[in-house]
Design a binder for this molecule. Structure first.
Ligand code: NI
Length: 194
């Protein structure tokens, strides 16, 4: 962090400040951005297997959350969907979005399928076994924690809220939090989706 703060003192311009903040963020999380992501084998609401390799050749946006989320997931997916609405047909044909539910106990079937679609037709909602969810979350550096009694139906899940942007080969390009404005997300995507 000391490195990041001292850099902030000398850098000028919003873009430079953002870069310093991002560098500090990763230093704090201790995650090597180059290693973010990896293969997954999950299932959609109809039980169909969905693999990362299904999207090879396309840019892939990945988000971890759960459908009962009261605020964070709807904010992130709502903003993302408004960004997708601004993109050209050609760009959308080159892009896929996977919403990974960390809550398979409640997110399955129609509820799971309908959730992604409710925000944007491009969003495929998937989930999987606890083991596979944990493995994939760790690969992306995503974290979650159940809050409340999971034997009842009204528990919450605290979770990191990051939209990961992966390239056509599945390598990490950039990421956004749910606080990124649609304008900022759109501009960044225009720059990286080449
Ligand atoms: Ni959420």
């Amino acid at each position: 962090m000391a490195f990041s703060i001292s850099r902030r003192g000398v850098l000028i311009g919003g873009a430079a400040l953002l870069l310093a903040a991002v560098a500090g963020h990763f230093a704090w999380r201790g995650i090597d951005t180059v290693s973010i992501g990896g293969p997954f084998v999950l299932q959609d609401g109809s039980g169909k297997t969905v693999r990362d390799s299904d999207f090879k050749g396309k840019f892939l946006l990945v988000y971890f959350g759960y459908t009962f989320c009261p605020d964070v997931c709807p904010t992130a997916l709502g903003r993302l969907s408004s960004v997708l609405d601004r993109m050209s047909k050609e760009q959308l044909a080159d892009l896929a979005v996977v919403f990974i539910s960390v809550d398979p106990q409640r997110d399955y079937g129609e509820r799971l399928s309908g959730y992604g679609q409710a925000f944007h037709p491009l969003i495929t909602a998937v989930t999987g076994s606890r083991e596979e969810i944990d493995r994939v979350a760790a690969a992306y550096g995503a974290k979650y924690r159940f809050a409340g009694d999971t034997s009842k139906d009204d528990y919450a899940v605290d979770h990191t809220s990051i939209i990961y942007v992966m390239d056509r080969e599945g390598k990490f390009l950039t990421q956004f939090t749910h606080n990124a404005t649609p304008e900022a997300m759109y501009a960044k995507l225009q720059a990286v989706l080449q």
